[in-house]
Design a protein around this ligand. Structure first.
Ligand SMILES: Nc1ncnc2c1ncn2[C@@H]1O[C@H](COP(=O)(O)OP(=O)(O)OP(=O)(O)O)[C@@H](O)[C@H]1O
Ligand SMILES: O=C(CO)[C@H](O)[C@H](O)COP(=O)(O)O
Length: 426
């Protein structure tokens, strides 16, 4: 079945919504590739662009009554679904910006639709925020005394039905939770993209939704760090007081522990963000120890390793090739178990002084799913202004972005092979 990636083009007045026939086929050449010096290459095709056909559809924004032209691209194969779970304020948006950048092109909210939409659309990816499946609005939650983290405040049946439909190549009318008003707005049309990212509080909570995920990530931010990030954002950007931030974190904690945190056992990759161990009794929270916990045996995904796969390695790269001021940088790599699963863990404690020197670290990592030597360093330099670019959060989020690209390409490859086989049989 053909899936479609859609972006909204210039708003214009058009007649009835219509998803018409596919017209025009465009094929890309395989992406040019430099030699990958350090990584074991999986042998999959690097041609990421499938045969793409553009079609135009007109949709009506129910809320505004305005009409917008949505340009959809039909992709070969079904939509690949990625889940990203984390509490509010734990870096999901930053991660999404890094991920979209890996595919090239910027992600923007649907143009001409609800200005408070939480959706982000780019050529390859559509990111939907699971807050849109809140069944209780802000006032309903207050009345029933439940938080947004409580499953009773969310419609998992609808979430499942709509993610399934998108995966099967069908468009859906997804509700919008308006964070400005706290109300549920009229739905917006979401067309099936090449890659659908469902991000939010509960992508792995409901077993049926979990089964639909091709790859999943959990951002596990320790309480101390979460608190520091929240204070920085909510005080500086949202005008909240220190007391109200503390109260909000405390009131969410029981439901976070009950419904959000347990999802990490299902994730293919968990990025843990902890206070540094390089500074004794550090309470500033500026230097971070970041661990990427990677599940073994996940289809289309091979964990990253340092020097020697399966060994336990501690590495301090500081010296002539990597400038490190106090407290320095320390890497760790090794096998472990996590919720009863075999995992590999890559850890970085400390921060980079000079980001371009990251190439030295990159050249010692393997299975990083880059298409050319230095791609990680290039991505990190491109977004040097994003939070976490000088530490393991930015590094591991970038690597996850490359891994998602590879998972997508390998699934696509498998689908193409299956289609060729079918064709040969008939
Ligand atoms: N890696 C990082 N290092 C330092 N600070 C960070 C990092 N990632 C995020 N932050 C801080 O946390 C804040 C929230 O980040 P972001 O908006 O990406 O999170 P979010 O999970 O999308 O939040 P929400 O769900 O509330 O919209 C940022 O404004 C920034 O201050
Ligand atoms: O945990 C959250 C995810 O973003 C929000 O708090 C939840 O969606 C409710 O939003 P709001 O506080 O704007 O009513």
């Amino acid at each position: 079945m053909a899936a479609m990636a859609c972006t909204t083009a210039a708003a214009s007045t058009v007649s009835t919504p219509r998803l018409g026939a596919v017209s025009g086929v465009k094929t890309s050449a395989a992406a040019a590739r430099s030699v990958q010096l350090t990584s074991a290459f999986h042998g999959q095709s690097v041609s990421s662009v499938s045969h793409v056909a553009a079609l135009k559809a007109a949709v009506t924004s129910k809320r505004s009554g305005r009409r917008a032209v949505v340009v959809c691209k039909a992709a070969d194969g079904q939509t690949v679904v990625i889940g990203l779970a984390a509490d509010s304020g734990c870096g999901k948006s930053t991660f999404m910006r890094r991920l979209t950048s890996v595919f090239g092109g910027a992600a923007t909210p649907p143009k001409g639709g609800n200005p408070d939409s939480n959706t982000l659309i780019s050529d390859t990816t559509t990111v939907i925020c699971l807050d849109d499946y809140h069944s209780l609005d802000r006032y309903g939650r207050k009345e029933k005394a439940v938080t947004a983290l409580d499953p009773r405040a969310n419609n998992f049946d609808l979430m499942y039905e709509q993610v399934k439909a998108l995966k099967e190549g069908k468009s859906v009318e997804k509700p919008i939770y308006n964070h400005v008003t706290g109300l549920l707005d009229a739905p917006e049309t979401i067309h099936p993209p090449k890659i659908l990212v469902i991000e939010g509080l509960h992508p792995m909570y409901d077993e049926r939704v979990r089964e639909l995920l091709d790859f999943s990530i959990y951002l596990d931010i320790s309480d101390d760090v979460k608190f520091a990030w929240k204070i920085q954002r909510d005080m500086a950007e949202r005008g909240h007081s220190l007391e109200s931030i503390k109260a909000s974190i405390a009131s969410r904690k029981p439901d976070f522990d009950a419904y959000i945190d347990p999802q990490k056992q299902y994730a293919d990759v968990v990025i843990q963000v902890l206070p540094t161990q390089l500074i004794p009794d550090d309470n500033e929270g500026k230097v971070l120890r970041v661990r990427m916990v990677m599940k073994e045996g996940v289809p289309f995904f091979e964990p990253v390793y340092l020097f020697d796969e399966g060994s336990t390695i501690s590495w301090i790269p500081c010296g002539r090739k990597l400038t490190c001021s106090y407290p320095g940088i320390k890497f760790f790599y090794g096998p472990d178990t996590y919720y009863g699963n075999e995992v590999s863990v890559l850890e970085m404690d400390g921060q980079f002084d000079k980001l371009d020197e990251l190439i030295y670290v990159e050249s010692h990592l393997s299975n990083i799913s880059t298409k050319f030597y230095g791609e990680i360093t290039q991505q990190m330099l491109k977004h040097a202004d994003f939070p976490g670019s000088n530490n393991g959060t930015g590094l591991f989020q970038t690597i996850c972005g490359l891994k998602i690209r590879e998972v997508y390409e390998r699934i696509l490859e498998k689908q193409k092979n299956a289609v060729s086989l079918e064709g040969a049989k008939s």
